[in-house]
Design a protein around this ligand. Structure first.
Ligand code: ADP
Length: 312
């Protein structure tokens, strides 16, 4: 079973409008509300791949109830720690080919929730073979909280795949408790290593994955959007190329890519298959309008078109 952690999930609301009228009333007919947060996209990606998955994290209030109801209707198993503090809404206004977003930061939690979640988390670990952690932490949580989760998982021999950014990723990288895999995109990695990366220059990509901050992490997968990915798996480097696709909505592609990586590690697949699976999942998501959705009927076709080149 794959355990996915989403510490700050949301109800994602999309408002499609022909025109956004500023300082005026905008009426909207086709509202879509889904359970959101990067880790819940990972959960869906794993579920589409046919592997048992359990979603956890913290939810609260009526928004938290809505998130759980949505997961029920998608037949996704979850076991959240439930608080009284209302989970957040994230609003995307789709207008004139633009996407204007209003993102609530979510509840401010404290030491009580930190301790309670850690106790809850310990009860989830028994059946987990692989774990993913995605996205941001609730306000009030220590910035190195992911390192604490990783420490507990590492003690139990559960590999952790981490997809976070900024100060939360940095706090984990400098701690002694290392994830098994990270999957930054180019911008997220540049921010961490404070170095420009030229995606067309192999030497620049190697220099990035060889940065001392990343030394003790076995798998670094830099996802590069339409340029595929570049990876260091222990001491081997891989350039991964993907075919040109018809992109409809790339939001969530990185999350579904992480789902592919988790499934592969769960199934003990080869590195080549792992990279191909991850890229295929990302592409399948980018070809759909719905975030975190993939049409597995197209899986084999795109899988065959991914090329993995080992560099050394
Ligand atoms: P993130 O969503 O984390 O920024 P990326 O944009 O790198 O991650 O996307 C993850 C993966 O999804 C890519 O490695 C690729 O396989 C696929 N993907 C994303 N955008 C595109 C695109 N425009 N064309 C083809 N594949 C894409």
């Amino acid at each position: 079973m794959i355990l996915t952690i989403t510490m700050n999930p949301s109800v994602d609301i999309s408002y499609p409008l022909n025109t956004l009228h500023i300082n005026d009333i905008n009426r909207v007919a086709n509202v879509r509300k889904t359970a959101g947060g990067k880790g819940l996209n990972v959960t869906r990606g794993v579920k589409f791949s046919g592997i048992e998955v359990l979603a956890s994290g913290i939810v609260g209030g009526t928004t938290g109830e809505y998130i759980q109801k949505q997961l029920d209707s998608d037949n996704i198993y979850y076991h959240f720690y439930v608080t009284k503090h209302e989970s957040r809404n994230c609003i995307a206004i789709l207008h004139e080919g633009n996407q204007t977003e209003i993102l609530e930061s979510g509840p401010t939690l404290g030491q009580k929730e930190v301790d309670a979640f850690l106790a809850h988390y310990q009860t989830l670990m028994d059946k987990a073979k692989v774990m993913t952690i995605s996205g941001s932490l609730p306000q009030g949580f220590p910035v190195d909280f992911y390192a604490t989760l990783i420490q507990i998982a590492n003690k139990k021999g559960i590999p952790v795949l981490l997809d976070s950014s900024g100060k939360m990723l940095l706090a984990t990288l400098v701690s002694e408790h290392k994830p098994y895999l990270i999957k930054p995109n180019k911008d997220e990695l540049q921010q961490i290593i404070q170095m420009d990366i030229d995606v067309n220059d192999t030497a620049s990509l190697i220099k990035a994955v060889d940065h001392p901050l990343l030394n003790a992490i076995p798998y670094i997968i830099i996802s590069l959007g339409k340029n595929g990915a570049f990876a260091r798996c222990y001491q081997q480097y891989y350039q991964v190329s993907i075919p040109k696709i018809n992109v409809v909505n790339p939001v969530g592609s990185g999350d579904v890519t992480l789902a592919g990586l988790a499934v592969s590690i769960h199934e003990n697949e080869s590195i080549e298959t792992m990279l191909k699976r991850a890229m295929t999942m990302g592409m399948l998501n980018a070809m759909e309008s719905q975030t975190g959705f993939v049409n597995m009927h197209n899986y084999d076709d795109y899988f065959q078109q991914v090329i993995v080149n080992q560099i050394y």
